[in-house]
Design a binder for this molecule. Structure first.
Ligand code: SAH
Length: 456
């Protein structure tokens, strides 16, 4: 089986830096199931192409299994692109897959023109499914049918063209090749979910075929599929029941009288400006109210909003007038569909991060994952988190005793609870946290809203 990756980005030979392979050399990697050879059929300034050829050894494959190489599900293994190819991609191009590059980081972060070929790719359901899988990811797809040796299963030569980050492109192949192949060569367990979310989480959540991809990647194991899908987009279910944007909540009414949200956004804007950050990610940006303020301040050269709700993002795009002549410059603001509980390289360059009235929308058992993503893995130097102060709720006479301010809130914290959460983050990752209230401070119950500013 054969994979080729070409670019016309100039100088095209930079592909060698991205893949960490010298274009003049042939590289060989041994696997238990065979051998991968990578080399550059073409390495010019204008076009550079890297190829990976995987020879699967049919004897090694069935060793110890008591199967003959031509029997059972292994019969096309040496021939067709399969999960073996994913394993090989992940090993041979490991650094490129993580989106890092020692010598060309800016290029690794950039979308570049790519042409990819995979031959032969199993397409038992015909080329239509191949298109449904790759086109939503921004690829131009062409499939040429390929005669297969057995005459039983249809295969295609797949060609993808598009502007993509190389790491994203490799992630697409890593996940989707086994999905098309279906016969995975190893047992599927819990850690397959981790691999799927790690390599596909950022784009899979928004993929129209995410259910099919998840189910087939996990070999139809229903328990695993359910769990993976829940981790991909649990917020959308919540939104369908009680969308934060769908109807005005008690929260809006309660807080309206004091224009609490404006005050909150003003305070957060002030903290972000003072931090000196030039690139800011607003996680759980909702309808973009914070971004709307930030965009007015030229000191913020890049603003990234991320939310799990497509509807909110659409509203944010309208609010910010994205793509309109009077709106911000095209590359200054990006709105991303994604989940806070997944590592997402699309906002990794952020120097400061805001989470305004967001954490209380997550189930408490998901907070450790959020903390890991936001505090454990980012390069940011400042993180601002706001959340209601539950102690203040008794002062809202319109709020039934013991209830939360918004139907989608999973919890509301006292000041002590917020402090204790922050203390865990200080201890674990060496951040410094400073607590303050937002809104009129009451002697016993504190301010209606609370903010924690984390710095390091
Ligand atoms: N920060 C905005 C919106 C707050 S409402 C503001 O202050 O105006 C909370 C937002 O968090 C919603 O838009 C919801 O879609 C989003 N959200 C909740 N859980 C999320 C998750 N796990 N990943 C991404 N966004 C999430």
């Amino acid at each position: 089986m054969f994979l080729s990756i070409a670019t016309t980005h100039r100088p095209a030979t930079d592909l060698g830096y991205l893949l960490m392979k010298h274009p003049a050399r042939v590289h060989e990697t041994e696997f238990s199931f065979g051998r991968a050879t990578s080399f550059f059929p073409q390495a010019g300034e204008e076009r550079c192409e890297a190829a990976l050829v995987l020879d699967v050894d049919p004897v090694a494959l069935v060793r110890g299994r008591g199967e003959s190489p031509v029997e059972g599900y292994v019969n096309d293994r040496p021939y067709a692109a399969s999960s073996f190819l994913s394993v090989a991609i992940n090993r041979v191009f490991r650094t490129a897959m993580t989106g890092t590059s020692r010598d060309r980081q800016a290029l690794a972060d950039a979308a570049i023109p790519l042409e990819i070929e995979v031959v032969p790719l199993p397409a038992r359901e015909g080329p239509d499914l191949v298109r449904r899988l790759f086109e939503p990811l921004g690829w131009q797809v062409s499939c040429r049918s390929v005669d297969d040796a057995t005459g039983e299963a249809p295969y295609v030569a797949l060609r993808l063209e598009g502007r993509q980050r190389l790491a994203d492109a490799l992630g697409h192949l890593y996940v989707l090749i086994p999905v098309l192949d279906e016969a995975k060569h190893y047992w599927v367990g819990e850690d397959e979910i981790t691999k799927l979310l790690e390599k596909g989480g950022a784009w899979l959540a928004a993929h129209p075929e995410r259910e099919l991809v998840t189910r087939r990647y996990l070999k139809g194991r229903r328990d695993l599929t359910r769990s993976a899908l829940a981790r991909l987009a649990p917020e959308e279910e919540a939104e369908a029941e009680a969308g934060p944007a769908a109807r005005p909540s008690v929260e809006d009414a309660l807080e309206a009288s004091m224009r609490l949200h404006d005050l909150r956004l003003e305070t957060v804007t002030g903290v972000l400006a003072a931090s000196g950050a030039r690139v800011v990610a607003d996680l759980g940006c909702g309808e973009g109210r914070l971004l709307e303020r930030l965009v007015r301040d030229r000191r913020f050269v890049r603003l990234i909003g991320l939310d799990a709700s497509v509807r909110s993002l659409e509203r944010a795009a309208r609010r910010l007038r994205l793509g309109q002549p009077e709106g911000p410059q095209a590359d200054r603001v990006s709105l991303l569909h994604g989940a806070l509980t997944l590592r997402d390289r699309r906002w990794q360059e952020a120097e400061a991060v805001a989470l305004v009235e967001v954490i209380e929308h997550l189930d408490p058992e998901r907070l450790p994952t959020l903390a890991e993503v936001v505090f454990g893995t980012t390069r940011a130097k400042t993180v601002v988190v706001t959340t209601p102060n539950a102690e203040h709720n008794v002062l809202f006479t319109a709020l039934a005793c013991g209830s939360l301010r918004h139907p989608d809130h999973r919890f509301e914290w006292t000041r002590a609870e917020m402090r204790s959460w922050a203390a865990g983050i200080e201890e674990r990752w060496g951040w410094k946290a400073a607590h303050s209230g937002i809104g009129p401070e009451q002697p016993v119950h504190g301010a209606p809203s609370q903010m924690m500013v984390f710095t390091r």
